[in-house]
Write a protein that binds this ligand. Structure first.
Ligand SMILES: Nc1ncnc2c1ncn2[C@@H]1O[C@H](COP(=O)(O)OP(=O)(O)OP(=O)(O)O)[C@@H](O)[C@H]1O
Ligand SMILES: [Mg+2]
Length: 284
């Protein structure tokens, strides 16, 4: 495994371990640093630990050992620091977690809530937040849908609203857990292009988990490959050859046969894997 160390990381994890109740070790003592403005993609088989690692970065999953350290706020070891860090760390979800009966604008305004006290958030949002939310909708190409209920939007448009909501937080970091897993290949490509463009424009650091190898190669500045709760690859996409792929997608002893076959089936049915045959050979 190669590892990129940067002199001024925006976010670091040090000896991070995650063990769930029942003893399942999702992440084994891992250290990694994320560089400002970097577009990082997490790859790995189902169960490798991608979501656990990603969610630990804002303590949505509490680490059982080690630390997450924000360059701006310090180690996430108290509620005040955690609140500050979460305000600047936006999330984009696979199922976008929008309130379907609310308008796109109202959903995007939710991204502003972290900037107000509980009592203030019960009142209508101030003009400046409204402006920010409208601007974010404009940036994702949905200015004309601001007042449309989210359940009247397509899946791709809903994910754009999810990105606009994240953006309304004015984040320095975006964490996206399989943001295109529910979308068709053409929409997936548009969403990833948009996410990457916005992150580049605003200097946002992204950590994105994906199952589509081809997208990882195309969009990532850096790929972090996980296997069996550990990082087994950490480098630029150009360095991801078949040998490295085998490390990421080899069958760990801790996965049952059924789980592994399901995941391989899932990978093999992805239409957007032009190098499917080579990749699948490696996986098999
Ligand atoms: N809340 C939980 N309680 C117990 N075990 C969990 C929990 N969440 C995840 N796990 C286990 O931790 C391991 C890592 O899971 P994780 O969801 O991080 O993997 P993943 O790489 O995101 O997989 P996928 O690609 O399917 O989303 C798995 O063995 C999983 O079953
Ligand atoms: Mg996951």
């Amino acid at each position: 495994m190669t590892c990129t160390k940067t002199p001024h990381p925006i976010l670091s994890i040090e000896n991070l371990g995650i063990t769930y109740p029942g003893g399942i070790e999702a992440i084994r003592s891992t250290s990694i640093q994320f560089q400002p403005g970097e577009f990082n993609v997490l790859l790995g088989l189902s169960g490798a630990g991608k979501s656990s690692l990603l969610r630990a970065l804002n303590h949505l999953v509490k680490p059982t050992s080690g630390n997450v350290i924000s360059a701006e706020f310090g180690a996430l070891n108290n509620q005040r620091i955690l609140r500050q860090h979460r305000r600047k760390t936006a999330m984009v979800f696979q199922h976008h977690q929008l309130i379907l009966r609310h308008s796109a604008l109202k959903n995007v305004l939710m991204g502003r809530l972290g900037y107000y006290s509980f009592w203030r958030s019960l009142l209508p949002m101030p003009q400046d937040s409204l402006k920010i939310a409208l601007n974010c909708l404009d940036r994702v190409g949905l200015a004309d849908k601001a007042l449309t209920r989210v359940d009247q939007l397509s899946g791709g448009q809903q994910q754009r609203v999810g990105i606009a909501r994240a953006l309304a937080q004015q984040p320095t970091i975006i964490l996206a857990d399989e943001p295109v897993a529910s979308l068709d290949p053409s929409t997936s490509e548009k969403i990833l292009t948009l996410l990457k463009k916005i992150c580049a424009e605003d200097g946002i650091t992204a950590v994105v988990s994906l199952h589509q190898l081809e997208y990882a190669k195309r969009f990532a500045d850096r790929i972090i490959g996980l296997s069996d709760a550990q990082i087994v690859f950490d480098a630029a996409p150009q360095q991801l050859d078949n040998k490295q792929l085998a490390l990421i997608y080899e069958q760990p002893a801790s996965l049952t046969k059924d789980e592994t076959s399901t995941d391989i089936e899932r990978l093999s049915t992805q239409k957007n894997l032009p190098h499917k045959t080579a990749t699948q050979l490696e996986i098999a």
